[in-house]
Design a protein around this ligand. Structure first.
Ligand SMILES: O=C(O)c1cc(C(=O)O)oc(=O)c1
Length: 310
């Protein structure tokens, strides 16, 4: 892979570029594995970043994403619209269309989106919309607007991806549980892993999944959630140990409703940029059996994103 650039844009101060030259994972991914959460950024010169963005990243192109996919041993990608592109889905949709059927997408749309635009996104490979409640990433969108969008995309057979922080789940509960589609939670709803796993915050998340069978979770982003590490760098085979009990609990309790993704190119990390090969080596710590690994990496994402092939 070639080194990151940022086109004509100036990166946010302190921006960490994605890790160039990741190691080969030791963990052998099951055949047909899907990286079910990753992004493309620009390139800014071709697909400009949105005026309303909260950060300006380094570029991370579809070619670089596909090279990483092949290097790590994944077969497919789910490309999730990054907030730095707002509701301009061109870069994500272009990546899906260029993938030869190996990528599906999750878009961000506004209430003003037309039925034709939704149809075009579907033809590109989009199968979901993302609703973001993380305040440092997006401005607030009224819930009635989101509910209206959810009703429209349900008709296309799409699902809703939600991104929020654990402390906000109580306030968002009624809205989330009223959504009419499959609902996929990004990064386990960002638990504070320095709090006890049997404390009220994480138990509420488990209750959310237990009581609502349409709710799925990505058990991704240990590099974002970890407080004590160690970091996935320098060959570390037991990275982010403080995240393991949380993610493993979700995988073992809801084996048919979990997804995993690299989160490449890892927007907004402040401490370090992980070696993506070592992130793959994190998987067997949270999905310890071959059966759990196949569900997490193959069966579940295929059922959600390529149902026609299952
Ligand atoms: O925590 C984040 O900063 C983050 C941002 C984005 C995005 O900007 O879309 O996506 C993610 O999955 C995570």
């Amino acid at each position: 892979m070639s080194k990151p650039t940022s086109g004509d844009f100036t990166k946010t101060a302190g921006w960490l570029d994605w890790f160039d030259g990741p190691s080969k994972p030791r963990f052998q991914l099951p055949p047909g594995s899907v990286d079910a959460h990753c992004h493309v950024f620009g390139p800014g010169a071709e697909f400009p970043y949105a005026p309303e963005r909260k950060y300006t990243p380094c570029d991370a192109s579809k070619q670089q994403l596909f090279a990483l996919r092949d290097h790590l041993g994944f077969s497919r990608n789910v490309v999730v619209q990054a907030t730095c592109h707002g509701a301009d889905n061109r870069a994500m949709a272009d990546a899906c269309r260029s993938s030869g059927g190996k990528a599906r997408g999750v878009a961000t749309v506004k209430r003003s989106v037309t039925d034709q635009e939704l149809q075009d996104l579907h033809a590109s490979g989009v199968r979901g919309v993302r609703f973001n409640f993380v305040k440092r990433l997006v401005d607030f969108t009224p819930k009635d607007e989101l509910m209206e969008i959810a009703g429209r995309i349900k008709a296309l057979g799409w699902h809703v991806v939600i991104y929020f922080e654990a402390v906000d789940l109580p306030e968002l509960w009624d809205f989330f549980t009223a959504l009419p589609t499959t609902v996929v939670v990004d990064h386990m709803g960002r638990p504070d892993v320095s709090k006890p796993i049997d404390g009220p915050e994480f138990q509420l998340f488990l209750k959310f999944m237990r009581e609502h069978e349409n709710v799925w979770s990505k058990v991704s982003c240990p590099e974002r959630l970890s407080v004590t590490g160690p970091k996935a760098l320098n060959g570390e085979q037991a990275a982010y140990r403080d995240v393991v009990p949380f993610a493993r609990t979700v995988v073992e309790t809801f084996p048919d409703r979990v997804l995993w993704g690299t989160d490449w190119p890892h927007p907004n990390l402040k401490d370090h940029m992980p070696d993506d090969g070592l992130l793959v080596d994190f998987i067997p710590h949270i999905a310890p059996t071959a059966e759990l690994q196949k569900k997490l990496l193959v069966d579940n994402p295929m059922r959600l994103y390529w149902p026609e092939e299952v």
